[in-house]
Design a protein around this ligand. Structure first.
Ligand code: ARG
Length: 399
């Protein structure tokens, strides 16, 4: 079926699907180069490399992409307050265009005619890979072996065994995808939307009931919409996220359970853990409300939602995503300041904010003293403001 393909670059996770895929390609006389990206999912790159070669890869790329992931994908998502359907911090979605870009880069360098990934035909990720790769290089074929062979897990295991492939023991009843920005948990008992997610679905967060009885306060400092320090200590955003995942997860913060509308036309029950993401996004949004004008805020909500939808929907490559991103970043020019957050038994509360660019003034807003419009000023404003409404009503009363 792939007569005209002789060399493929495969996004290799080290799991069952992609390990079987290596062998499956080789049996069709297709050379396989594997690529594994470290994006904070906690992977042993050396171990994966060894398994890639054992399974027959001719060459392997193990890439640490954490810094690129943080600066080019997570950072714009923070500036865009990116929460798909108001809940999901698009952690898995953000990683796909980066992995796609690397696949294309390696394919071009190695003279491969195709790239491949391990996604099934039911998920969103296949859409993100296929479109992003084609956007970057329309000449490359995209092959998804699991979409072609459609084997059950049992069939795959049998194939692996008969070929002597070593498959890492997986006892998880869930399908997991994780990176620095979040952990996606699907399948198994979660497919019944009425059932509360079992405790064993969670790894990054403690059950809020077991979280410390004392709240913890943290201060996040932002520059141009990006966190640059925690509790006064400056650090790279990647370190800050790692620390905050631990710290907030320990307070039971960042569990998400929602019915998600997939790109592929159906809903699925999705559970996530994203402690750092949820804290940072909440703090960032609060700071924007403190600094941006009312009209900027109202407009930005639309831009943010469009940007988030495009990324979720696999359209990272759309020119609109780039234009929106430039605007969103521009609107974050003054989003600098500190936000004080209280973490307590699964809840995140912003309890304080300060900024040299605050559009808030206690002289103007305060109830006790300072600026008060005169009676005449207030009535003049209110009359003009309400005129559209009052005139329309009066006109209708005539009949
Ligand atoms: N529903 C989420 C999304 O579409 C999570 C996907 C997780 N991917 C996975 N291969 N398990 O972004």
């Amino acid at each position: 079926m792939n007569e005209d393909v002789s060399k493929v670059v495969l996004a290799y996770s080290g799991g069952l699907d992609t390990t079987v895929a290596i062998k499956w390609f080789i049996e069709q006389d297709i050379e396989v180069i594997t690529m594994t990206a470290e994006i904070g999912q906690g992977i042993d790159l050396e171990d994966v490399e060894r398994r890639a070669y054992e399974s027959g890869a001719s060459k392997h790329y193990g890439l640490n992409l954490i810094e690129e992931f943080v600066s080019d994908y997570i950072s714009p998502a923070i500036q865009a307050n990116a929460l798909y359907e108001g809940e999901y911090p698009i952690s898995s979605a953000l990683s796909r265009p980066l992995i796609s870009a690397k696949l294309v880069e390696i394919a071009e360098r190695e003279g491969a005619d195709a790239v491949a990934h391990g996604c099934t035909s039911k998920g969103n990720d296949q859409v993100r890979f296929d479109i992003t790769v084609r956007a970057l290089n329309p000449d490359l074929k995209v092959i998804a072996p699991t979409r072609i062979w459609r084997w059950t897990r049992q069939q795959e295991l049998r194939y692996a065994m008969s070929r002597g492939l070593k498959i890492p023991e997986s006892h998880s009843k869930y399908s997991i995808d994780q990176n620095l920005w979040g952990r996606s948990i699907e399948g198994g008992p979660l497919e019944d939307p009425w059932e509360e997610p079992p405790e064993d679905a969670f790894e990054w967060t403690v059950n809020p009931i077991k979280a410390p009885d004392e709240p913890q306060y943290i201060t996040l400092s932002f520059e141009k919409g990006i966190p640059v320090a925690m509790d006064g200590e400056e650090m790279p955003l990647s370190d800050l996220i790692v620390k905050l995942n631990k710290l907030a997860g320990n307070h039971g913060v960042g569990r998400i359970d929602h019915m998600e509308s997939r790109i592929i036309g159906f809903k699925s029950r999705e559970v996530y853990e994203a402690p750092a993401a949820m804290v940072i996004l909440k703090a960032h949004k609060d700071l924007e409300k403190f600094i941006l004008s009312r009209r900027e805020l109202q407009f930005k909500e639309i831009a943010d939602r469009e940007w988030t939808n495009l990324v979720y929907e696999g359209l990272w490559g759309d020119p609109l995503r780039e234009s929106l991103q430039r605007m969103i970043s521009d609107m974050n020019r003054y989003v600098s300041g500190d936000v004080r957050v209280k973490l307590y038994k699964g809840s995140i509360a912003v309890v304080g904010r300060r900024s040299r660019y605050a559009a808030y003034s206690v002289e103007v807003a305060g109830y006790d003293e300072g600026w008060y419009p005169t009676d005449e000023e207030a009535r003049g404003f209110i009359q003009t403001w309400g005129l559209h409404t009052l005139m329309a009503r009066a006109a209708r009363r005539v009949v």
